[in-house]
Write a protein that binds this ligand. Structure first.
Ligand SMILES: [Fe+2]
Length: 644
């Protein structure tokens, strides 16, 4: 029995994001995100995830006309059968009968699954629990299923919903509004979590924000969400080769109730306070739900559970066993829906989920790409040993092996790896490849057999779902892989799941005594994780890394290009924190009262150790200089840089 599933539904009227597709052919599973193929973050421009779907057919060696069940999310609009006739007959060649027969074919072969049923199914069937509770929370589903909160129980292969609530007034959107109010793109929630570790919870801000939050088992965590004015399109963010839709269609910060309440606070303190409210309110809810069920196991799904700090807190919220799926956000919906259909139809095959469900490339294909670029390469007899040596000598390596990861994290198939034992690795990756925000942590991959020597929590985490507390005695052994708060988003590497990557880390341990590698996604700043050998080569030739280990080939940047002089200026985190807070002054050019600006200037003065005063007409005084907000930002930036 072969199942094909995609998200969103073709010809649906709603604009959606995180397109993805999946195939199940008994024990063979494929799943992949469209944005990794188009290199457009949050790509929602195609009608449906055609490229990832067709790549899946190729990967599994099946044709669309062999599919017995086509699975789509419940659409917003009533479907037009003629559109589907065209799709299945003209393009997929899955239907070969006369048009009059199409209606009955469609009824037999096409199924629709609701958004939250798919979220829940990915978690439940991925967990292999026979009996568990499930909790789904996100920003409000989609127009085919507008729930933002679903809690229920799973037993005897049956889902029984206990509580559910519609709407976009959810705690997930509270976090997005906090993210927006700090000035990040509204879906850059991870940045808020990263910055939060540098801030302090502000009790008065917390009191104000808590008035907007309510917790009940019937409705989940509700957020009194207010947006006062629409923003305009942000043309500054339009870039042809690193197109990110969410940054373009809104400007941040926008005029929301969170911005109005939080404007006078420093960005890292807003982040810390928002993060704390999120964690406490969800934990309160889970404890309420625990009282409602006798289940010992619980699974979590929905975009909210991409938050690794929240997930850590949920390990101790009353349930004995906890499971987070590989792709809790909407990128996991096609696989969740496919698993639902498979298991509800009692197809007699075990679900063997792993992170490695994406496309692969043959050695022949890779060699053609290398030869086309006329690259000098070697074919080491033992790739793991050779690469481990390069890493221990300070090299950064693009690691492109086997089937690509499905889900938001790079897990040793399309990864950039480095030596975690010094901070230079992190700085080098940031300068050459990522250029990402200074406060964002890098994650470690640790051998399954050793990870309990390194972390406090006991939880097998193959998909990087948890921010573990690192044991105090190991933090200085891998400084570039530990966040400022002493946590790490650990990827636990199991030998049977990714043997070559496991071997690489083992070889590194043999050389250094450390069974850990620094692991980040294989992509330069601004695009999704790369998907093709050609992109990998382009990254190498752009100087994003020292080596590329792809299939059985090892290619050195220095053997193929004259090494450009690299800019290796390092900047202290404290200085960058101060500069970020100065940058935030620009929000007062459009928003905020005089009193709020005075309050912000006081906080900023304390942070940067300089005395700022507000004069009339919103002019700011510093030493003998009186300037507009815009010019004062430049003066202060210079002053801070000189003082550091
Ligand atoms: Fe969702």
């Amino acid at each position: 029995m072969i199942i094909a599933s995609m998200y969103p539904c073709p010809f649906d009227g709603q604009d959606r994001h995180e397109f993805n597709s999946s195939l199940i052919d008994c024990n063979k599973i494929y799943s992949y995100e469209e944005g990794k193929l188009t290199s457009v973050k949050n790509d929602g421009t195609p009608k449906f995830p055609e490229r990832s779907l067709m790549l899946g057919f190729k990967e599994l060696g099946i044709l669309p006309n062999q599919v017995q069940k086509w699975v789509f999310p419940t659409p917003k609009t009533e479907i037009n059968i003629d559109d589907f006739h065209m799709l299945f007959s003209w393009y997929f060649k899955a239907f070969n009968g006369s048009k009059d027969d199409f209606d009955s074919w469609f009824k037999r072969h096409v199924l629709f699954v609701k958004h939250h049923q798919s979220h829940a199914s990915l978690a439940v069937y991925g967990s292999n629990f026979d009996d568990c509770a499930f909790l789904c929370m996100d920003g409000g589903g989609d127009f085919g299923d507008q729930r933002g909160y679903v809690f229920g129980e799973f037993t005897n292969n049956t889902f029984n919903t206990r509580f559910e609530s519609d709407g976009i007034d959810t705690i997930a959107n509270f976090h997005s509004f906090v993210t927006d109010a700090i000035g990040f793109s509204g879906d850059d929630n991870g940045k808020t979590s990263g910055l939060a570790s540098y801030g302090t919870i502000q009790p008065d801000l917390k009191d104000k924000l808590l008035k907007l939050i309510s917790v009940s088992k019937e409705n989940g965590v509700k957020f009194d969400r207010r947006r006062f004015n629409r923003t305009s399109v942000n043309l500054d963010k339009v870039k042809a080769d690193s197109y990110d839709r969410t940054k373009i269609f809104s400007q941040y910060p926008s005029d929301t109730n969170i911005l109005r309440e939080g404007i006078e606070y420093l960005p890292h303190d807003i982040a810390a306070t928002g993060e704390n409210i999120l964690q406490e309110s969800v934990i309160d809810l889970v404890k309420l739900l625990k009282n409602e069920t006798k289940k010992k196991n619980i699974v979590f799904s929905g975009g909210l559970f991409q938050n690794v700090a929240l997930n850590k807190a949920l390990l101790n919220a009353g349930f004995d066993n906890v499971y987070f799926p590989s792709a809790p956000s909407d990128s996991g919906l096609s696989l969740g829906a496919a698993l639902f259909v498979k298991n509800q139809n009692n197809f007699n095959c075990t679900d063997i989920l792993s992170a490695y469900l994406g496309p692969s490339f043959s050695s022949k294909h890779v060699q053609e790409v290398l030869d086309r670029h006329r690259l000098i390469y070697s074919k080491p007899l033992n790739m793991a040993k050779e690469v481990a040596k390069k890493l221990s000598e300070g090299g950064t390596v693009g690691w492109f092996q086997g089937r690509a990861e499905f889900g938001p994290r790079s897990l040793g198939s399309r990864s950039l790896v480095a030596d975690p034992r010094n901070m230079q690795s992190k700085e080098k990756i940031n300068q050459l490849l990522k250029k990402r925000d200074w406060f964002m942590p890098y994650a470690p991959s640790i051998l399954e057999e050793k990870y309990l020597d390194w972390v406090e929590q006991v939880h097998y985490s193959p998909y990087m779902q948890i921010a573990f507390d690192m044991k105090p005695n190991v933090i200085n052994k891998v400084p570039s892989a530990v966040h400022v708060d002493g946590t790490s988003r650990v990827h636990v590497v199991k030998k049977t799941e990714n043997p070559l990557y496991w071997e690489l880390i083992s070889e590194f341990e043999r050389l250094t005594g450390v069974p850990v590698l620094l692991n980040t996604s294989f992509n330069r700043h601004g695009i999704s994780t790369i998907s093709s050998p050609r992109q990998a080569v382009e990254h190498l030739l752009e100087g994003c890394m020292d080596y590329l280990a792809i299939d059985k080939y090892l290619i050195a940047f220095k053997d193929n290009r004259v090494v450009a002089k690299r800019n290796e200026i390092t900047e202290s985190e404290n200085m960058l924190l101060q500069l970020g807070s100065v940058e935030r002054l620009s929000v007062f050019e459009e928003h905020g009262s005089e009193i709020q600006l005075i309050s912000y200037l006081k906080r900023l003065s304390d942070l940067i150790g300089l005395n700022l005063e507000l004069l009339s007409d919103r002019k700011i005084k510093f030493k003998d200089k009186v300037s507009s907000i815009k010019d004062m930002k430049k003066i202060l930036t210079l002053e801070i840089r000189n003082n550091n």
